[in-house]
Design a protein around this ligand. Structure first.
Ligand code: NAD
Length: 496
């Protein structure tokens, strides 16, 4: 059976100590093994990155950008293969994998503009014959730790910009679906990146803790669940590193009585069940304002869900695939059970779906639960499965209060025809990414991505303009060249 190794200093290596099973979630079978890097292996990667840094930092930004142009081309040429690798290990269907990859490529395109993005700030004559400028220098060795649900896109949020800014990068991808991530990093090497500038170490807590503890690592970007995000942020910060740690979510959509209900139902169906709900921007709670809106929403949704198809990633007619592991499938089913036990109404039940030919796959069908309430476990926690809760309230303010009271603040959306209500909502809601009749308001690559509250630990969001700031350090230089005309005596106070 194939063992997936690491990419260190331009070569694929395997330290051959510990390994973990990698499943094909559609069949439920173990398809590969992944090597779990030891502390020594991670230290080897850090040393390679550290050694590559002086030359890479001094490579002109335009030449660094040219590597990104070639990388973009290789990503496009290899798109089908990347999507196959994603499907085999993650389970998402081909066109969903392609969507993820295209959003990832947008970040490479943005990184191609790095000469423009790194232009500093300059002020002439801040004093007599004194000029001052701020420049943005790379940090050195920086690390990224990424989740299973976007094995191509989330790493591409991080290292294209980090590397284009002149840093050397160590990526620790999810150990559950590592192949597409490693393959993509190899394409970056093929694009002409010098050895050591990108390194990939597969692994678990041992690899992560080594990155968090090693003083050579200057900054850490993390995307994953909130408990781990909080751990990473605390530990990285305590060790003096810059850190951004993006966590989990519970994204609510408000459905107003005046909403275009057909549009809202279509949008909610894709956003709740697409990718089996394993998206940090998935809409997992619909808050219906008024019973009339709730009844209309439920009946249309129920009708729409009759044609939802869950099945293997490889079959094009399916709308979404399996969840990532058997343990996760059981967890999602556990949330549905708890909703039932706590008094919610299971309108469409996705437990034990029939998927002929894939009886051992990790499938959960689309599930619709009405009359969920804030005291229920299914409401409080992130389910990360194809489950949509409906909560009924009387007013828009009650809906907004619910959203604001939730510990997560990643994304939200309002379905309405009322511009005034939409404006009030987007202006006041305590959430980082807001949609108005747009169910998945994921910012494009030239904006930045980040939630509020316990969905993001740190000051700067992912990708876009914030990434340029995160992966560089401002240095401000003030310069005067003594000449015959500019002579000063001793000064004991700030010149003014
Ligand atoms: P996870 O937190 O289990 O794992 C993320 C990464 O952390 C992996 O690389 C994993 O190996 C590592 N890790 C796990 N446990 C660790 C530990 N104890 N110590 C050190 N490292 C550890 O997340 P996941 O299940 O892979 O991904 C799903 C989660 O990610 C969901 O909560 C989802 O909302 C979140 N997510 C958030 C965003 C966002 O942008 N906010 C995007 C995608 C996913």
């Amino acid at each position: 059976m194939k063992t997936i190794g690491h990419l260190i200093n331009g070569a694929i290596v395997s330290d051959g100590t510990r390994t973990q099973d990698v499943y094909n979630p559609s069949t439920g079978e173990v398809a590969k093994q992944v090597a779990l890097a030891s502390k020594a292996t991670v230290e080897e990667a850090i040393a390679a990155a550290q050694a590559a840094f002086p030359a890479w930092r001094n490579t002109p930004p335009l030449k660094r950008a040219r590597v990104m142009y070639r990388f973009k081309q290789l990503l496009e040429e290899n798109a089908e293969e990347i999507c196959r690798l994603i499907g085999e290990e993650h389970g998402k269907i081909a066109h969903d994998a392609m969507g993820e990859l295209l959003r990832g490529i947008e970040n490479v395109e943005y990184a191609c503009g790095v000469p423009e993005l790194l232009k500093g700030e300059h002020s002439k004559n801040v004093g007599p014959a004194i000029d001052s400028w701020s420049e943005f220098q790379p940090l050195g060795v920086v690390a990224g730790i990424t989740p299973f649900n976007f094995p191509a896109m989330v790493p591409l949020w991080m290292y294209p910009m980090a590397i284009a800014c002149g840093n050397c990068f160590i990526l620790k991808p999810s150990e559950r679906d590592p192949s597409s991530t490693l393959f993509i990093a190899q394409l970056l090497m093929d694009a002409g990146l010098p050895a050591g500038v990108i390194n990939v170490v597969n692994g678990d807590k041992e690899a992560v803790d080594t990155l968090l503890e090693d003083p050579r690592v200057q900054a850490v970007s993390f995307v994953g669940s909130t408990p781990i995000a909080e751990y990473i942020y605390s530990k990285a910060s305590a060790n003096g590193k810059r850190c951004q740690a993006l966590g989990g979510a519970k994204n609510h959509a408000i459905v107003m009585p005046d909403a275009d209900m057909d549009n809202a139902v279509n949008a909610l169906t894709g956003a709740a069940f697409g990718s089996s709900g394993e998206r940090c921007m998935a809409l997992s709670v619909a808050v219906a304002v008024g019973d009339e809106a709730a009844e209309a929403l439920i009946s249309k949704m129920q009708a729409q869900m009759q044609s939802l198809k869950v099945g293997a990633f490889s079959e094009r007619q399916n709308d979404f695939g399996p969840v990532i592991t058997r343990a996760h499938m059981e967890k999602v089913v556990g949330y549905i059970n708890s909703a039932e036990e706590q008094g919610a109404e299971i309108v469409v039940d996705g437990r034990n779906p029939n998927v002929p030919g894939y009886e051992s796959g990790f499938f959960v069908g689309g599930t619709l639960i009405d009359r969920a309430t804030p005291d229920m476990l299914c409401y409080q926690e992130e389910i990360f499965g194809p489950v949509l809760l409906v909560v009924r309230v009387e007013t828009m303010q009650q809906a907004m209060d619910l959203i604001d009271a939730h510990e997560y603040g990643n994304g939200t959306c309002i379905f309405t025809r009322d511009g005034e209500a939409a404006r009030y909502f987007s202006d006041n809601i305590q959430v980082g990414m807001v949609g108005i009749n747009v169910p998945l308001p994921v910012p494009v690559a030239y904006h930045s991505f980040g939630g509020w509250k316990r969905s993001l630990f740190g000051d700067l969001a992912a990708y876009g303009p914030d990434a340029v700031r995160f992966y560089t350090r401002r240095k401000t230089v003030t310069q005067r060249w003594p000449s015959a005309g500019v002579r000063e005596g001793v000064q004991f106070a700030f010149p003014s």
